[in-house]
Write a protein that binds this ligand. Structure first.
Ligand SMILES: Cc1cc2nc3c(=O)[nH]c(=O)nc-3n(C[C@H](O)[C@H](O)[C@H](O)COP(=O)(O)O)c2cc1C
Length: 395
């Protein structure tokens, strides 16, 4: 299991037995009901994925031998995310969680992205087939599903080991995404400045504030989506300054850009940008898968991942981040700004129940799973290389 040699093994040896011969036999002889039950378990794991403002903008459809993932655009954020870019990234994270769960249920998967050219909401079909030998790496990542949370606390000044940074770079590459660490002091400072300025611009937009307030408010303590404060707010120099560093200006009357940037720098031992080579729904889906793998791998080293996305959400600023983080001359599209480090355990956010996001295909739609896409097949569809981890070849 390359790259995780120095990581703890939270799973323990016992999970290594999941692909035992008996289990393989049981899978082979499973009934329709057994199979649907297994797929339900896998989808319930997918629900643990991160999503913007905890909107959980996904729906899953079960058919014998397949799970379909759909975008739920009714849960979009038209002001901050007008193209559903971050919505699709969120769904990509759920897809990666799903594949990881299926692999840990000893099921072989084959993923077709955008299988239906007439339905842009149909993000992926995951065909599930014969028994699969769960790898140690898949077990390690799976064990992080419940250990991963977004941590908005300031991180302490310990820097995660360089081996982890390399590992995260390779993890992102498996999804055709780059994990670009901002190392130079000037680069870090410039990124922090862009974040603070973009944050101030967002905060000055009444529509943005209103949309944010729908999803992030005290009432969210009683709902199964959204984010209750103080998980999100209060970065300022005033009360609650130590709780988060995410939103810099909204709660401050006067913005001191330099001081706010300094707070971000001091709280972010690693700043990184996930970027893709194109800027389309498939690239967004892959970016979400990369986010999931990066965040889970980081947790295997007890490292938290959090977000600095403001500059990627404001016109004009996203290009500046691309110029800052991208390899010189290459066209890269920044998809997420991240900070990584060590800090106190945050409170988990809630999730909607399976019954709200899952449905069974009616019998007439329970036909054969989506077949292989030939070259030139369904425009925009893409299959393979959607694995959950190091053995992430088409299964
Ligand atoms: C595409 C995407 C964008 C996000 N942007 C931010 C952000 O800008 N600031 C932030 O604090 N959290 C951000 N998050 C984290 C979500 O708020 C978080 O995933 C959600 O509340 C669920 O909580 P959890 O990650 O702890 O499970 C983002 C997550 C995703 C997937």
């Amino acid at each position: 299991m390359a790259g995780s040699a120095s990581a703890p093994d939270p799973g323990g040896a016992a999970r290594g037995e999941s692909a035992s011969a008996a289990w393989a036999l049981a899978l082979h002889h499973r009934s329709h009901d057994d199979e649907i039950a297994l797929l339900r378990v896998a989808v319930s794991c997918a629900l643990l994925a991160p999503s913007m403002h905890n909107t959980q903008p996904w729906r899953f459809r079960l058919r014998p031998g397949a799970v379909d993932l759909f975008a739920d655009r009714t849960r979009g954020l038209p002001v901050v995310d007008p193209e559903d870019r971050e919505l699709t990234i969120s769904c990509g994270a759920a897809l990666h969680h799903l594949l990881l769960a299926l692999a840990n249920l000893s099921l072989t998967t084959e993923t077709i992205a955008f299988p239906d050219p007439d339905d842009g909401d149909h993000l992926a079909t995951v065909n599930v087939s014969r028994p699969h030998e769960t790898s140690a790496d898949e077990r390690l990542l799976f064990a992080q599903l419940t250990r991963r949370h977004t941590n908005r606390a300031p991180f302490d000044n310990r820097r995660p080991p360089p081996a982890l940074v390399d590992l995260l770079g390779r993890a992102a590459e498996r999804h055709q995404v780059t994990f670009q660490v901002l190392n130079a002091a000037a680069q870090r400072r410039e990124f922090a400045r862009l974040v603070v300025e973009a944050d101030a611009l967002q905060g000055s937009d009444r529509r943005f504030r209103r949309e944010l307030a729908v999803w992030i408010n005290a009432g969210r303590i009683r709902t199964l989506d959204g984010v209750p404060p103080p998980g999100f707010f209060s970065t300022g120099g005033q009360a609650g300054a130590s709780t988060t560093i995410t939103v810099t200006s909204i709660v401050e009357n006067r913005l001191d850009v330099a001081a706010a940037a300094e707070r971000i720098l001091a709280s972010s031992p690693i700043m990184a940008v996930l970027a893709s080579g194109s800027d389309d729904p498939l690239a967004w889906l892959r970016s979400g898968m990369a986010l999931s793998e990066v965040a889970l791998r980081a947790r295997a080293f007890d490292v938290w991942v959090s977000y600095l996305n403001q500059a990627l959400e404001v016109d004009g600023y996203r290009g500046s981040v691309g110029a800052l983080a991208g390899p010189a001359g290459a066209g890269t599209y920044p998809q997420l700004g991240l900070r990584l480090g060590y800090g106190p355990e945050p409170r988990p956010t809630p999730r909607r129940p399976l019954s709200e996001v899952l449905y069974l295909a009616p019998p007439e739609r329970q036909g054969p799973p989506a077949g292989p896409a030939e070259p030139g097949d369904a425009a925009g569809s893409s299959r393979g290389t959607f694995g959950p981890g190091e053995d992430g070849e088409p299964r």
